[in-house]
Structure formats: C-alpha cells, structure tokens
Ligand binder design. Sequence first.
Ligand code: PFF
Length: 433
Amino acid sequence: MAAAGSAVGLGNIWGFPTKAAGNGGAAFVVVYLILAFLLAYPALMAELTIGRHARRNMVQALQAISTGPISRLVGTLAGYSGIIVASLILSFYAIVAGWMVSHMAEPVSTMLGMTGASEWMTGGSTERNLIFTAIFSSLTMLIIMGGVEKGIERWSTLLMPSLLILLVLLIVYVLTQPGATKGLEAYLMPNFDHFNPQMLLAAMGQAFFSLSIGVGTMLIYGSYLSHQESLPRLGAVVTLVDLGIAFTAGLLIIPAMYVAQEAGTDIFAADGSLIAGPDLILQVLPALFETMGSVGLLVAFAFFTLMVVASLTSSISMLEVPVAFSIENLGLSRKVATILVGLAIFAMSSLIIFNFDTLFGLVISISTEWGQPLLGVVLCIFAGWIFNRNQLLTELKQGDPHIEDSLFWKIWPTYVKIVCPTLILMAFAQTIL
Ligand code: PFF
C-alpha cells in the first residue's frame, strides 16, 4: 500500500491526464502503457530487489553489492545523487501540493463567508506559497516522524482507499454533465499524428516519475519488506495500481475540462493546444466547480482533498529517502533527522518560491527528466552486472517458490542487464541529438 501510495500522486492525477491530452489522447496512453511495462517495471524491480537484499538505504545498498573500488565509487555517487534528487523533487512537489492545500481550504473559507481569505488563498502571492508549502511540509514531516509502521504504512493504508473512492465519486458526477462525452472522445480516441520522439520521451519521463523510480524511494521501501513477499508480484501490483489510477484520473480530468468549456471556460491555450500544467487544475477546474453553485464548494473541497491525499503518500516516500540515510549513516534519531532534513528541504522550496520563474522549471527538469531516468540506468546496471548473480536470483526466489516457472524469471535477469539500460539511453540520445 505504501509503495502504491508513493507511486500514485500528482503525477497520476495531474501529470498523466494533461500529458495525454496534449499528446494525442489515447495514442499517448498506449505508448505510456508500453513504456511503463517495458522500462519502468523492470527498473522498479531492480530497486526493490537491491533494497530488500541489502536492507539499507541507497548509498549503503549500492556499496554493499559492489565488487571492486570502481563499482563502489559509482554506487556511492549514485546513492548520494539519489538522495539529492529525491530531496529536489520534494522541494518542488511540496510547493505544488501546497497549492492543493490552499485550494482545499478555499471552499471552506467561502462557506464561512470569508471572501477576503478565499481570494488570498487562490491568488499567487509569495506569502501564500510559503505558508501553504510550510503546512504541507509539516504534515509530511509529522507522518515520517511516526516511523515506518505507525507513520508511513498506517497512513498509506488509510489514505489510498479514500483516494480511490473520492476519484470514482467525482468521475460519476462529471460524466453526467453536458460536454463530458467530448472530453471522453479527446481522451480515448487515438490521434497518431502526435506520434514523435518528443512524445516518447515525455511518456518515458512520466513513467519514471509516476513509479517513483531512480531516487531510492522504492529501494528503501524494498528494504522494509519481508522475505515472505513475492517481489515480482508486488512490483506488478504497484505498476498496475499506478497505471490504473492514472488512467482513471484521465476519465475525470479530461471530461471535466470539456464540461468546463461547455460552461463557458476557455480550455485552449493561445496556440490551440489544451491548457496544461498549473492552469489546468488551478483555473479550469475551479471555474467548473463554480458553475455548480453551492454543491460546487463541496465538490471542490473533495477534489482538492483528493489531490492532497495523493500528494502526501508520495511526499512521505520522498522524505523517507534522506531521513533513512541520516538515521542509518549519521546515527541521528528519527525525530531529529526528520526535523533537520525537513527544514533543509523547506529552505530549498523557499528558494524556488522566491525565484520561481528561473528555478521551478529548472529543478523539475533536472530532477525528473534527467536525474530519475539516468539513475534508473545505474540501478539496472547494478542489478544486472554488479550484483552477484546467485544472490540476485536467491533474493527473487524468497517469497516466490515457484518463480522458476514464470516468464519473469526467464526474461528479467537478462533484460535488466542489457535491454532496459540500452533503451533508456537510446531515448536520451534522441533528445540530445
Ligand atoms: N510518483 C509520484 C507521483 O506520481 O506523483 C512522484 C514521486 C514520488 C517521484 C516519489 C519520486 C519519488 F521518489
């Protein structure tokens, strides 16, 4: 549940539907599904297997499976990079999630007649951003301070099902509104004109981000797993849940845009493409909710609660990466580690807020478009080339006595060694050339 919670987040409910809308609807969905299974699932398996075997954070885990000074050095560097990239992702993620918190609070203050406060909450001021990022970061820190079972697992088990219920209720509502069918068409009718290398790259980046790969999150969750669990099955469940929620979120977001258009909101940008990014969730959807009268306040509250819940189960998984490192390598207590790391990441978020135009896009690009897939390559190479083969296979057999009959057993060990890193690097070569 926690691993699925890490995977399901803003990337699914916001990133995936908007990318699908802008890249040919179902055509993107098909490419994304293929890449998720072809590239992201094998990389996820590399992380989980290394993590459960080493039972330590990414730095120590990669050091532990290293065989000589060079692999040890590369492993150490990759481990530290993972921690830095996880922290960078959290620093921008907390800002976006903070917007979700402010939009969740807005209908409440409107209901209470505090219109001034409502306007402030949905305005884009620096103070608003700082305060709500701080609120979201504090929530994340509180859960992480609770530890693995009482914090991460308990909250993920509670929050994940509520997210699904909220999502389905909202879909039922939106699909009964005028304009929704046009949205369904835009989402589900493939338009292969959009098929190009850029779209492939967008789909690959989205798959790595969505499955939380490369930064040691899944590795550290793997390190907390018992040997009774079957890793391939667990990885497949996480991948399927993640894809399922992304696909389902598309059924909500894209029809909702067209319902908003029917109600008079402009959903196309100046160049004729669908509005994506912050504007979609923060302008188009609230405009839609407003047309619903007082029910709209409730729907807005429900929707943004959904976003906050999804964000929290992801943000805790990011914060756990540097926190686990500080506990295991620096000997800090969980409480002290959480406070120190949390404050450092909040300082980074503040830096981004104060230099929003230059830093926001840059941090996203460095961490998710470059950092995650490249670290994914390193993890595949460690699993395929450096990790002792017998140990790797033994680890996979734990919790899965019949694994030798499976397709996974026949394909993955070779696949992760050669095909997966090559394909990821080829996708990169495309962008550089
Ligand atoms: N998978 C999360 C999402 O789709 O929103 C984002 C994420 C979580 C990325 C954890 C990286 C990470 F370590």
